[in-house]
Design a protein around this ligand. Structure first.
Ligand code: ADP
Length: 222
């Protein structure tokens, strides 16, 4: 779908009117959204069947955080939100699975943008007790205390059914927390309804297998 929509966009069948181009953009955005949903469901089933591997690499988590901020910032700007970034200039060297850290942060940032009607979202990073600590915060709708732990359950969504204005599978946080735990870390949340939310991701700079020996499903790269 995306490929054929792109061919239309490139004008291979002749020039598009302004209205046609807008419709083609919609088709592309919806197709990408479907790809994300499918990827999320597949990722969840891979984890359920224990087939998600950890691939360890040496990585600079400060550079990774800046890269992720660069990806999320335009999405925030599109809906009129400010984006704050607080990442150290110095390297934050780690041996972990960078693709998983990236997925966790992108997931939390996309939620932050999705549930923040106005104000700002942010990403911060600091080092504490051998862990990289990322904080994703927003000035959004917030989450009431009774939902705070339940949002990590599969398919749990605070605002459901007909009143729901934003999309999603309800799997994002389940996956993000499982990924963080595969890296020896975890995710915690603090929130106040109407004020905003802060998700804290703690990831050990040295993946625990380096200390305790190799475990099934953990591969060591560079
Ligand atoms: P999805 O975003 O696909 O619904 P998630 O597992 O990512 O699923 O999140 C579960 C629920 O937690 C969301 O539906 C929403 O109700 C709540 N939530 C997650 N992040 C935020 C946030 N930053 N602000 C307010 N509510 C949030």
């Amino acid at each position: 779908m995306i490929g054929y929509a792109e061919l239309l966009d490139l004008g291979v069948e002749g020039p598009l009117t302004h209205g046609q181009r807008a419709r083609v953009e919609r088709i592309k955005a919806s197709a990408r959204h479907l790809v994300d949903l499918i990827e999320e469901i597949l990722s969840f089933s891979r984890m359920e069947s224990g087939r998600e591997d950890v691939r360890l690499e040496r990585v600079d988590l400060a550079a990774l955080a800046r890269h992720v901020a660069g990806v999320a910032e335009p999405d925030a700007a599109t809906v009129g939100l400010r984006f704050r970034i607080g990442v150290p200039d110095a390297r934050v060297a780690a041996r972990t699975d960078p693709a998983k850290v990236r997925r966790i942060l992108l997931n939390l940032l996309s939620n932050a943008v999705k549930f923040t009607p106005h104000g700002e979202v942010g990403l911060r990073l600091h080092v504490e007790d051998g862990c990289a600590v990322f904080r994703v915060d927003d000035t959004g709708v917030g989450i009431a205390a009774e939902h705070l732990e339940r949002i990590f359950e599969p398919f749990y969504q605070v605002e459901r059914a007909l009143t729901r204005t934003v999309g999603g599978t309800g799997l994002g946080l389940t996956i993000a927390r499982r990924l963080a735990r595969m890296l020896g870390g975890d995710i915690a949340v603090e929130s106040e309804p109407g004020v905003g939310s802060t998700f804290t991701v703690r990831i050990p700079r040295i993946h625990p297998t380096r200390r305790t020996g190799r475990r099934a499903g953990v591969r060591s790269g560079a």
